[in-house]
Design a protein around this ligand. Structure first.
Ligand code: DGJ
Length: 750
């Protein structure tokens, strides 16, 4: 049993392989947080030290007993307007003007299996590992019940949290803030890692010391956003990849989100995470319920690497629903950067033919195949074939591509509409805009109101129609703007605060229906690259286009940051042409492939334009990727070093779960003169075993064989013990040139 209730002391203990989470019902009935951290035996009431503090009020029931204050106590789910002046988890106003909420224990239940969240993706229980704790609290004044849900995945060191609210009172309640999680960490000094960015530069890892007051990671763009990913890590000041206490807090949500981290007057930390409360409200009539999205928590005392690996395994095993999560996915070619909008079927077939010849397995037809879509100003919403480009339609094109032995994939952007489209001319009211105000335009497109059932139903009919009619084996689901002018024509004024969340629920309903009806179609998420790269979207699409920036050198820090929370197998990554279309940079073809191999791997260029020797390289890259496939997609991932920090090179490593093989990749971003050699301490190998360097290949530079310190004796394959490679390190020769790289494949000796 991973959940235990001590009736005498009123303590709940949640236990995973290496962590303990504890809370207690106080004498007054509040749910007090006691501990979350490294696994312990025993109870932790002593951590909750009663003390008196000026201007921190005391509950009325205690009168002169001043050492008990809601303003100082760690809590499981903070209320509001009751004398706790730190971050609230829940805020409301009733029809009769009552603001705030004070929650008291009512009942609890422990059950096997994992709770589900209606209408939203949440972790599921793949192999009967999970248990659920439900603790119901109630505010006696408003009658609002908050059922706090805890899912415990013992073997995976993950605890999930969500809240189910029910109005059991008689008044209408207007929820103004409903967090998914409140986590108090009373002691310690912490840094925060968060993942910030912009279009074409997503998820740059930033580590900052927590300051007194509140720091916020949030999006009000209607999506999880390029700017602030809904994921933070709190770590102790000395934490590294391999050591230190770290808490991971990941929201399973794709819309407006907010994670606040407060350091209070006494130095304690409170984290509150959930749907963004700005411009949010939800009307709850008597008897109605509301569900929050879920948060995935993990803790490790061994640094960022095991924290990331916990998330990588968990997202794949318990969030991604697609049958392709563990299955082999095809190496694809996408025509976007090869043609943009300028293509016809001959051009596409030419690209496909060459790609097939070099080993590619699927062609993806990107933007521009539909409506009057000849640039990005028109056509969105008209999901029928663009006859000026494809006069014979999609059928013969797909048939010819299939006849070549390639699968066929298609791009769509269902959530959008251009004013210049048949859809908009027929249903102008389906586009979101505030009455009387001209809407903000982005890429000259408007957002369809997915909070409306009729819009979602139409999209379902249209997209399922495409999938039934054509032999489509992959869908790239794009979304190319932030959402503004949030307003729905069919909701009454006092429910307009619900639109942004209802939009997300509509999107989930649509994706749920389509992915359930078409389980054999591989979905790839996309939002101008990685603008909606979150755990919830991974439930439907096991891979997400990581960034519109395909420059391999820029991708290093994008993929590095992404890897803190998300599996390698989820990162869409392609080799593109040089000079790169976003940065104008030239990077050796070999290095571009090394970087794209830290992802789902594919090409985004016209391979016909390559020289013969480059084509041969591509052939070899694809062959190599197939050989490394399991290691990359299902192996354990280690960040070895990061160019953003050392201003020299970035290195990473994959290790097979049984430690039988490993792949090390190094990209030199700034060749340095007269510096010490790069000495990489490898990770995750079997210290008892020896590893032979089976293959070591340099790209973008010539290194004389007699200068290669390890791995290439020129005669036999070199072998080293796991301890030598991990504690001594693997030494590389000096590499000069523009962005050289090395790939080293190690095999355990039997
Ligand atoms: C943004 C995507 O990220 C690109 O890959 C491409 O599909 C374009 N949209 C097409 O408009």
């Amino acid at each position: 049993m991973s959940i235990h209730y001590n009736n005498q002391r009123k303590i709940f203990t949640l236990t995973t392989r290496s962590t303990t989470y504890q809370m207690r019902i106080s004498d007054l009935g509040h749910l007090i947080h006691l501990y979350y951290g490294r696994k312990i035996e025993g109870t932790m009431e002593y951590l909750c030290v009663p003390r008196d503090c000026g201007f921190s009020p005391n509950p009325y029931q205690l009168r002169v007993e001043r050492s008990w204050s809601m303003d100082l106590l760690p809590q499981e789910y903070s209320g509001s307007n009751t004398g706790d002046f730190r971050l609230s988890s829940l805020n409301l106003i009733t029809d009769n003007g009552i603001r705030g909420v004070d929650l008291y224990y009512v009942r609890h239940e422990i059950r096997t299996g994992k709770y589900a969240i209606p209408a939203m993706p949440a972790a599921f229980d793949r192999d009967g590992e999970a248990e659920t704790l439900s603790v119901t609290l109630k505010d006696p004044v408003t009658g609002l019940e908050a059922e706090l849900l805890y899912g415990v995945y013992e073997q995976q060191d993950v605890i999930t949290r969500a809240v189910h609210l029910t109005n059991t009172g008689t008044c209408t309640i207007h929820l103004e803030k409903v967090a998914s999680l409140c986590l108090d960490i009373p002691f310690g000094k912490w840094d925060m890692l968060h993942f910030v960015g912009r279009h074409t530069m997503e998820r740059q890892m930033e580590r900052i010391p927590l300051m007194n007051g509140i720091q916020t990671v949030a999006s009000r763009r209607g999506t999880s956003s390029h700017q602030h990913n809904p994921f933070v890590i709190l770590c102790d000041k000395s934490a590294t990849e391999d050591s230190g206490d770290c808490y991971g807090i990941m929201l399973v949500y794709s819309g407006n989100h907010r994670t606040d981290v407060e350091v209070d007057q006494s130095g304690s930390v409170r984290v509150v995470s959930g749907i963004h409360d700005e411009q949010f409200s939800w009307k709850l009539e008597s008897g109605e319920s509301f569900d929050t999205p879920e948060v995935l928590l993990t803790f490790t005392h061994q640094g960022f690497t095991p924290l990331s690996q916990n998330y990588h395994r968990f997202l794949k095993k318990n969030i991604c629903r697609s049958k392709y999560t563990y299955a082999r996915r095809p190496v694809l070619i996408n025509n976007w950067e090869a043609t943009y909008f300028d293509f016809d079927s001959d051009k596409i077939l030419q690209i496909a033919r060459q790609a097939k010849e070099l080993g590619v397995e699927m062609l993806v037809l990107d933007d521009g195949w539909f409506g009057k879509r000849n640039d990005d100003n028109s056509g969105l919403g008209d999901w029928f074939v663009n006859k000026s480009k494809l006069p014979d339609g999609l059928e013969p094109l797909i048939a010819q591509i299939n006849d070549m032995g390639l699968k066929f994939g298609l791009w769509v952007e269902p959530e959008m509409v251009n004013e210049d489209s048949e859809l908009y001319r027929t249903h102008p009211d389906w586009a979101m805009m505030v009455p009387g105000r001209e809407p903000a335009i982005s890429r000259n497109q408007l957002v369809l109101d997915l909070s409306r059932e009729d819009v979602v139903d139409w999209l379902y009919e249209t997209l399922s129609g495409l999938l039934h009619r054509y032999h489509i084996e992959y869908i790239k689901w794009d979304m190319n703007r932030s959402i503004s002018d949030v307003y729905s024509r069919i909701l009454p004024p006092d429910q307009q605060g619900e639109v942004a969340h209802r939009y997300v629920l509509g999107l989930y309903r649509l994706l749920d229906r389509l992915t359930t009806e078409f389980p054999d179609v591989l979905f790839e998420g996309c939002s101008g690259g990685g603008g909606r790269f979150d755990a919830a979207m991974l439930a439907y699409s096991p891979q997400i286009w990581c960034s519109d920036n395909t420059d391999a050198i820029e991708r290093l820090s994008i993929q590095y940051g992404t890897s803190f929370g998300y599996p390698i197998a989820s990162m869409g990554s392609h080799v593109s042409a040089c000079p790169n279309h976003q940065t104008g940079r030239n990077v050796p073809l070999g290095t571009r492939a090394v970087v794209a191999m830290a992802g789902t791997f594919g090409y985004e260029m016209d391979l016909n334009k390559l020289k013969d020797e480059e084509k041969q390289q591509v052939r070899q890259q694809i062959k190599q990727f197939h050989e490394y496939y399991d290691l990359i997609q299902n192996g354990d991932y280690y960040r070895l070093d990061c160019g953003e920090e050392n201003h020299y090179f970035t290195a990473w490593q994959f290790v097979a779960p049984d430690q039988s093989e490993a792949l090390v990749s190094i990209v030199v971003t700034h060749p340095r003169l007269n510096l010490n050699s790069i000495c990489l301490r490898l990770k995750g190998l079997d210290p008892e075993a020896c590893y032979v360097v089976d293959r070591q290949e340099f790209f973008g530079c010539d290194v004389p064989r007699d200068r290669i310190p390890m791995g290439d004796s020129g005669k036999t394959k070199q072998s080293y013990s796991g301890t030598v490679l991990m504690y001594g390190g693997y030494v590389l020769p000096q590499m000069f040139g523009d962005y050289p790289s090395v790939q080293i494949y190690l095999k355990k000796e039997l």
